[in-house]
Design a protein around this ligand. Sequence first.
Ligand SMILES: C[S@@+](CC[C@H](N)C(=O)[O-])C[C@H]1O[C@@H](n2cnc3c(N)ncnc32)[C@H](O)[C@@H]1O
Length: 229
Amino acid sequence: MSWDERFSEDYDVWSARMTADVPFYVELACEAQGPLVELAVGTGRVAIPVARATGQRVVGIDSSPTMLALARTAVAEAGVDVDLREGDMRDFTVDEPAALIYCPYRALLHLPTWADRRRTFERVAASLRPGGRFAWNVIAFDHQYAAQHEGVQQTEPVPHRVRYSVGDNRIDLVRDDGATSSLWWATKNEWLGLIDVAGLEVEALYGGFAREPFTPDSREYVFVARRLP
Ligand SMILES: C[S@@+](CC[C@H](N)C(=O)[O-])C[C@H]1O[C@@H](n2cnc3c(N)ncnc32)[C@H](O)[C@@H]1O
């Protein structure tokens, strides 16, 4: 179980500090000439501002009924057009090829294996228009951060500990009540391999949402890939 439904209860608290990504994805959406799809849409944190800024429908896919219920309420309150669909990003389909598919806030790391990600990337490639873009962001594993935080009680944003299973490249976020959400980190070469096997090409790799260059010291991969025209 990579997404523990109990994490939905206080997702707004967990995600409150993540705001820098929204203008980045909004800008990409404004550049897209055609349908927009968000994978792992969650509560609509990004999809709602994207729909508002573009005036376009956003198709939002997520496997969590609880997150989708929260998203439905937020979408109705915002009065925007977000088509929320329960589904797994490993086998999603779209009604018409997308100009932009995006997957914010490290959600691809909830997929446990390389094969899960390959399936997802293949679905993305099959769901994009020629020249369409796929954008996502994920952490770069930081061994120094891991060494400092392994097992340490943390109070913010909610009481929890972080556990690292290095041999399985897995990070477990363990709330004090035992609820556990897992993330599997991947290297730059793994991401480049996924882009390659799916028949996409790299348009840009940034080290942050201000489109700063990716360097060996970057701690976030911010990828923009595209389907070959
Ligand atoms: C960290 S939240 C990100 C939500 C949203 N993208 C955001 O930026 O706020 C991770 C989301 O991934 C979803 N998720 C995990 N595995 C999934 C899968 N296989 N298919 C679709 N959604 C998935 C979870 O249900 C959860 O809503």
